[in-house]
Design a protein around this ligand. Structure first.
Ligand code: NAI
Length: 258
């Protein structure tokens, strides 16, 4: 059965790998990205998100079986919140009505092990209450006081909490739509230039994200997990962050929290 699936971030890394995997299995993929995709739009702006939603709906006649939001950036600046949080939640919200046409609708996004790390609470709170200008302002203030490294974790922590808040509502579980996340550790994509790291940088990364099982992951590993989450087999899993991280979450949080 051919499924029609929208994938953001489809031009590179995890999204590109997922789009290729889905197509190899006969699915009809509508890629969304800044360039080199079926729908080109900037998910970092409200106008761009509308363009993305309209573009996907126009190409699919308003009928989708799944949406996977992979697009993201990891810069220590406010744009990371715009792309990673609002670029995911608003894309999913905009395309959700198109999922209602499917007998097996599914949605997923890419979180991160970084979502378990220290955040800027004002950024997370503003995201969760849908105040983008305030969220970007709080991220800007964090960067100015030297806490820019908490912006990316904040965007991913907010996403996981947003998911828990909506996954059981009438829009999602009650409408038969599982909504889940895959949270990777370090993945060998252009975002994470691990190939080009110095010995010292590698040591710091390995301390921050210990991956005793298998080391850094290839993007295909994450793509396979996402494919299952949005596949017809996933009838009963929702609201979960699936850590595909070489054991990083278990190493960092131990037995206290899981
Ligand atoms: P990547 O840089 O290879 O791919 C990201 C894609 O998103 C690119 O094609 C880029 O053009 C697109 N994108 C960025 N900003 C956009 C915007 N404003 N509008 C539309 N598209 C935009 O990175 P990668 O590694 O594939 O990242 C995918 C997701 O995985 C991200 O959400 C990232 O936070 C997450 N992740 C990545 C990890 C890694 O180690 N690579 C680890 C944990 C999470």
């Amino acid at each position: 059965m051919t499924r029609r699936i929208a994938v953001s971030g489809a031009a590179s890394g995890i999204g590109k790998s997922l789009a290729g995997l889905l197509r190899a299995h006969g699915d009809d993929v509508v890629g969304i990205d800044l360039k080199d995709a079926e729908v080109c739009a900037d998910l970092g702006t409200a106008a761009g998100r509308s363009e993305a939603v309209d573009g996907v709906l126009a190409r699919t006649g308003g009928a989708l079986d799944a949406v996977v939001a992979c697009a993201g950036i990891s810069a220590a600046r406010p744009a990371t919140v715009a792309v990673n949080f609002f670029g995911v939640t608003e894309l999913l919200a905009g395309l959700r009505p198109a999922l209602a046409t499917s007998t097996t609708p599914r949605a997923a996004f890419v979180g991160s092990i970084a979502g378990t790390r220290a955040t800027v609470p004002e950024v997370v709170d503003a995201c969760l209450s849908g105040r983008e200008t305030a969220a970007l302002g709080a991220a800007d203030a964090a960067a100015a006081r030297g806490e820019g490294n908490k912006i990316y974790p904040s965007s991913k922590a907010a996403l996981a909490r947003w998911m828990r808040g909506v996954c059981l509502t009438g829009d999602w579980a009650a409408a038969g739509i599982p909504l889940n996340a895959v949270a990777p550790g370090v993945v060998l994509t252009p975002m994470h230039a691990a190939h080009a790291m110095t010995e010292e940088q590698r040591e710091n990364v390995d301390k921050a994200v210990p991956m005793p099982l298998g080391g850094y992951a290839e993007p295909e590993v994450i793509a396979h997990a996402l494919r299952w989450l949005v596949g017809v087999e996933n009838t009963h899993m929702t609201g979960q962050v699936m850590y595909v991280d070489g054991g990083a979450e278990a190493a960092l949080r131990g037995r206290e929290r899981f």
